[in-house]
Design a protein around this ligand. Sequence first.
Ligand code: GLY
Length: 362
Amino acid sequence: MLEKREIIVIGGGVVGLAIAIELQLRGASVTVLSRNPGEAAAFVAAGMIAPQAEQIPPSPMLELCLRSRALYPHWTRKLEEISGLETGYWPCGILAPVYKLPSATSVGNEPMELQWYDGSKVHQFQPGLSEEVVGGWWYPQDAQVDNRRTLIRCLQVTARELGVDLCEGVAVGEIVNDKQQVTHLITNNGNIGGEHYILATGAWAGQLFPLPVYPQKGQMLSVRVPPSELELPLNRVLFGEDIYIVPRRDGLIVIGATSENVGFTPEVTPQGMNTLLSNAIRLFPVLKDFPLEEFWWGYRPATPDELPILGESPLSNLTLATGHYRNGILLAPITAALLAERIWTGKEDSILAHFRYTRFEQ
Ligand code: GLY
């Protein structure tokens, strides 16, 4: 027997849920199939909203990221209003300290929204940095969201509140198609059919559909500011060389991340932890005495050019929303807005032309 739905989102991570919510808000009837929400990159990432700190070069990708960053305040407020829960959005800015001075030509021509702090100025701006730090870039518009503890839960509750059918534990085994159209999905819960389908399964997208998406493993850990510290030592993200340190408002500090091309190899490793801890202590030595809280790992959905795959597919009723690599949390609002518009009204924002799957076809 075939169960018939209107729009089916395959994948219950931040991207899949964000698209489901946008479509449901426009009047669609949306079902989200989620194999195991705990696997989603949303449960793993540090939650940085960091197009500038990530140093994405001027390109359509930077434009996409900046547009998404600009959507964050309104998007998170909307989710908070519907769900009654916090997202953990915090426009705290990101400081990128350096151990070596950049060339003179790259300092002094900064656009308005970024600032270079030289020598002692960076230490005045952020006390507690390593003495090795000789300067730092300040990106006041970059931000963070507490993806693991609050955003993902807020998205799930918002989706349910709006009437999205959120089916957890449903694994899609095959996308069946005929005459360039998806006919139905074979799942561990029977066959499910719909009018339109969205593939948002992150690092696993290549297992369901022929796309060049592969896992790039990241290991992470957290420490907690001890109660003996009267004030939080850090109120902004530090984005160092091979390390980032993301303080939450309640004293948790998230530290990440390794970047390993090891396929779906689970678990954290002594080497991964050692690298993260030594890089973090080198940059912000006060951390060395803070109690360890947790460690975890996950898989970024990488593509050969490190850009997402968004929009059309070779099947007329399948939309692609994957390959967000290091920027899934950042890009969730713009991905949802652009793809919901495309699916619901047929209008395609011209920026999507840069993220088509066809760029990988010979
Ligand atoms: N966005 C940071 C990371 O993927 O590690």
